[in-house]
Write a protein that binds this ligand. Structure first.
Ligand code: PLP
Length: 373
């Protein structure tokens, strides 16, 4: 947030700041979604819906999985106010005060806050490039204790874009204690390369609780809409919590999201997926050539977690100087945890290829200057 504030100050002074810190797609929402929102407004469809969301949207989400070859019933789907709303509901449903939740380090920083909001806390499991920044069963077991109730992992992950390998997912689903839960945050699902090992953890095992969102692949960040795919026994508790905490997810957004699965919108989402992939690969290649290595090439999302140690200064100083002297905003590793956080910087490819080329040219100058000083 500090970085963003400073970036805006520099812009106000007339500097051309290149924004590589923004974790949100830079495309407008697909036209069919806008049309559906307009129709909903014209028809006055603005009242509360049921707490779990519009039945037709729950069915559309279940169909989305069925088309991926995974059996999901509409009754297992709960529509939420973004993945954030889903995280709040899961924390409230699954954790009690004093409980522990395992998360990865580095990982999505807000996860801690959801656990803490219900009096629980997180256990950070350090993950390195050697395992593509994803934990093995052994890593989780090494930090297990009586108070750990479950695990929250992301695949593809923020800030690294890496997926949990299929074999590792199989091992986790089979090897975690029977009474532990496994939440897989698939908010970047869909935004992947051509041949992902799997499209959803549910195709590997029926065990994971799935956290999903319309924010990233569907490009609907500000519409605040996501969903959960739950085991049957959790649905009623989550429904009651949703009713009390949120009443319902945003109604107009839900009607709009029905169009997110239409062939026209899906074609557009796929086009954007390819663009994100092209950008990510272009920046990865450029970073590697500059010695700002990307040790684990992302499987998806639009992030690159780059090891900046070759520049000769800690990642926080690297980010600060990059912004002040070269007007590139990128997020230092310390925003994502503690482990190796002074080695890595996250670049988000939410800018077009022209900007990426300009970023690389400024980075080249930056690395030379930082190494010389
Ligand atoms: C890994 C991860 N999970 C959850 C979220 C929350 O997203 P939203 O509430 O917009 O669905 C984000 C947002 O960037 C994220 O990166």
């Amino acid at each position: 947030m500090e970085l963003l504030e400073r970036a805006h100050e520099l812009e106000a002074q007339g500097f051309d700041v290149l924004h590589m810190e923004v974790g949100e797609p830079d495309f407008p929402v697909a036209a069919p979604i806008i049309e559906a929102a307009k129709v909903a407004l014209q028809r006055g469809l603005t009242q509360y819906t049921s707490a779990t969301g519009l039945p037709e949207l729950r069915s559309a989400v279940a169909d989305y999985y069925n088309k991926l070859g995974v059996k999901v019933r509409a009754e297992q789907v709960v529509i939420t106010s973004g993945a954030s709303g889903g995280l709040m509901l899961l924390a409230a449903a699954l954790l009690n005060p004093g409980d522990l939740l395992q998360v990865t380090d580095p990982g999505y920083p807000c996860n801690d806050v959801f656990a803490e909001a219900v009096g629980a806390s997180v256990v950070r499991v350090p993950v390195s490039a050697q395992t593509a920044f994803q934990p093995t069963l052994k890593d989780l077991q090494a930090r297990w204790s009586e108070k750990v109730r479950g695990v929250l992992l992301a695949s593809p992950a923020n800030p690294t874009g890496t997926m949990i390998a299929r074999s590792a997912m199989e091992e986790l689903c089979a090897g975690l204690p029977d009474d532990a839960f496994l939440i897989v945050d698939e908010i970047y699902q869909g935004l992947v390369g051509e041949q992902p090992e799997y499209r959803t953890a549910l195709s590997v095992s029926s065990r994971p609780i799935i956290l999903q969102s319309f924010s990233k692949y569907f490009g609907m960040t500000g519409w605040r809409l996501g969903w959960l795919v739950l085991p049957d026994e959790l649905v009623d508790g989550v429904r009651r919590l949703a009713q009390n905490l949120f009443i319902c997810p945003p109604t107009v957004s839900q009607y709009a999201a029905l169009a997110a699965f239409s062939p026209g919108a899906m074609e557009e989402h796929e086009r954007r997926r390819r663009i994100f992939r092209e950008r990510t690969l272009r920046l990865a290649e450029g970073l590697n050539a500059l010695g700002l290595t990307v040790p684990a090439l992302p499987d998806g999302a639009f992030y690159l977690y780059s090891d900046v140690s070759a520049a000769g200064l800690p990642a926080s100083a690297f980010s600060r100087r990059l912004l002040e002297e070269f007007h590139i905003a990128a997020t230092p590793g310390l925003d994502f945890g503690e482990y190796q956080n002074e080695r890595f910087v996250r670049f988000a490819c939410t800018v077009d290829l022209g900007v990426i080329d300009e970023v690389l040219s400024r980075l080249k100058a930056a690395v030379s200057r930082f190494q010389a000083s």
